[in-house]
Design a protein around this ligand. Sequence first.
Ligand SMILES: Cc1cc2nc3c(=O)[nH]c(=O)nc-3n(C[C@H](O)[C@H](O)[C@H](O)COP(=O)(O)OP(=O)(O)OC[C@H]3O[C@@H](n4cnc5c(N)ncnc54)[C@H](O)[C@@H]3O)c2cc1C
Length: 293
Amino acid sequence: MDFLRPTSWREALEIRAARPEATVLAGGTDVLVEVNFGHRRPEALLDLTNVTEHQGWSEADGTVRIGAGLPYARLIDELGDRLPGLAMAARTVGSPQIRNRGTLGGNLGSASPAGDGHPALLASDALVEVASVRGTRLLPITEFFTGVKRSALAADELIAAVHLAPASGPQQFAKVGTRNAMVIAVCTFAIALHPEQRRVGTGVGSAAPTPFRATAAEDFLTAELIGTGQWERPRALPELAANRFGELVAAAARPIDDVRGTADYRRHALGVLARRTVHRVWDDHRTRRRQCA
Ligand SMILES: Cc1cc2nc3c(=O)[nH]c(=O)nc-3n(C[C@H](O)[C@H](O)[C@H](O)COP(=O)(O)OP(=O)(O)OC[C@H]3O[C@@H](n4cnc5c(N)ncnc54)[C@H](O)[C@@H]3O)c2cc1C
């Protein structure tokens, strides 16, 4: 097995172009499990550990750019205040050891329907920056996932970064697993309020071949909040509206039966997570409004 170790981003892109069959290695928390179990026998590993350019984050013009190689532990510590939904999701990934090594870029690279980073990125309209020696593209997160563990990444491209706006309103992430920690999700749900746009964003994981936005539920709640004048004078969210929101999220799912849960259970659990988290973000929004008044 060839072990390719570039020391700059440019060199990494050149190797990627010359050796598109090489398996990219970031934190290795997915790749090395597959190698150890004999599920993958790569001819070459393209190790990005020594490439520091994509391991940081920056903020400019109202957008946070998270380098693909930023480990979850740093994302939680350094960006938890700006990106609370994504940080909540990151806190549920694996264990401290996994969060020290694992990266958001690796989560996207695996493109698993159960990747915990994805729903929060969907709820916040993230863009994925992908790069090759040919240039750079910014893909809306909704166009990134193309199938189970498949993405729009071309053979000569690397994931460079993720771009998203800092939270302008409350955000939540909720995960159902077969136990509390170190678990692949049975289903996940993320919600973000965008008060300045009077809009609600969602993301659903582990409930379809790809992570997805529950757009009918988003449209329903957005119209409900505008139609009842809630953004001007926020009141408690009516139970009927929260229930309908939950039903629409559950109806958007296309889950399967597997060892972690049945399709019926996943749909039911998603409805519960959606109802619970929509109350949390709306109550949080009302509290903040009262404190600002
Ligand atoms: C014990 C354990 C618990 C886990 N728990 C969770 C969990 O709770 N939630 C969860 O979502 N995941 C979990 N995982 C999976 C894994 O930790 C995450 O998916 C993590 O984000 C992978 O990141 P990484 O940097 O380690 O990726 P790697 O393993 O290095 O790479 C993963 C994939 O992405 C590709 N890749 C990596 N970087 C790039 C890049 N810059 N450009 C293009 N392709 C790239 C690789 O080629 C590979 O296909 C767990 C794994 C383990 C071993």
